[in-house]
Design a protein around this ligand. Structure first.
Ligand SMILES: [Mn+2]
Length: 232
């Protein structure tokens, strides 16, 4: 089975519940993390720890990508850009100090998260955080793609996008949506975990790409529902 999960934003509980509920078999299944593991939620440190541990234990089956929130953290450490701090980074920083009291372990996790790849491809799909630039080759995408708005990404004609990816649909997150739809060329899987202002609207989805269904954890309802990916 192939799975995708994105924009966890510090919801450690949601991540754990979904992995258990879906019963992901890491020795066989593939799981791609679409970035934005940190910020907004309370447990960014635990989320980073869990994902890095999975990626280290199952390097062939677990792949983590960078999101714009890890990119802000990267710019903070690389060039002192303070943008990150006002986007949840101050809380994340405190949480990282709490989760990893050992400085070298903390730095190891931060460095890992800041140096994840922008894009991952398998035999069927292309995975990235927010979108792709159709004018740049797949292996030379600029870092701007981490910030691409849904409007910009979905204004690219399907044919142009599929010719860039050699026919592979793009699986991504970044902009919260209430339901997951596949338009034949791309699929947004961000259900607004710790992002929607109204708690009832927040969800975290674990998408099964093999059967095009997803399990969504709603923290306000404390339950997991299974849904079919819509087609448009
Ligand atoms: Mn996000």
């Amino acid at each position: 089975m192939k799975y995708f999960i994105t924009d966890i934003h510090g919801d450690y509980r949601g991540l754990e519940l979904l992995l258990k509920h879906v019963n992901v078999d890491f020795s066989k299944d593939q799981l791609v993390f679409g970035g934005d593991m940190i910020n907004r939620g309370r447990e960014s440190g635990k989320v980073l720890h869990k994902i890095k541990e999975l990626a280290d234990t199952y390097p062939n089956n677990v792949i983590a990508l960078i999101g714009n929130h890890e990119e802000m953290m990267r710019d903070y450490y690389r060039i002192g850009d303070k943008l990150w701090l006002s986007h949840g980074g101050s809380d994340t920083l405190r949480d990282l100090e709490k989760t990893f009291p050992n400085e070298s372990e903390r730095n190891e996790h931060i460095e890992w998260a800041c140096n994840l790849p922008l894009v991952f491809l398998d035999d069927e799909f292309v995975y990235t955080h927010a979108g792709l630039n159709p004018y740049e080759p797949l292996d030379k995408q600029s870092r701007d793609i981490l910030w691409m708005s849904e409007t910009d990404f979905y204004s690219i004609p399907k044919e142009s996008l599929l010719s860039l990816t050699r026919g592979k649909p793009v699986i991504h997150g970044h902009t919260p949506v209430e339901r997951i739809y596949f338009d034949g060329a791309r699929m947004n899987c961000d259900l607004g975990s710790n992002t929607y202002l109204i708690e009832e609207e927040r969800g975290l989805g674990l998408v099964c790409l093999t059967d095009m269904t997803y399990s969504v954890y709603k923290p306000a309802l404390k339950k997991i529902e299974r849904r079919k990916v819509g087609r448009i």
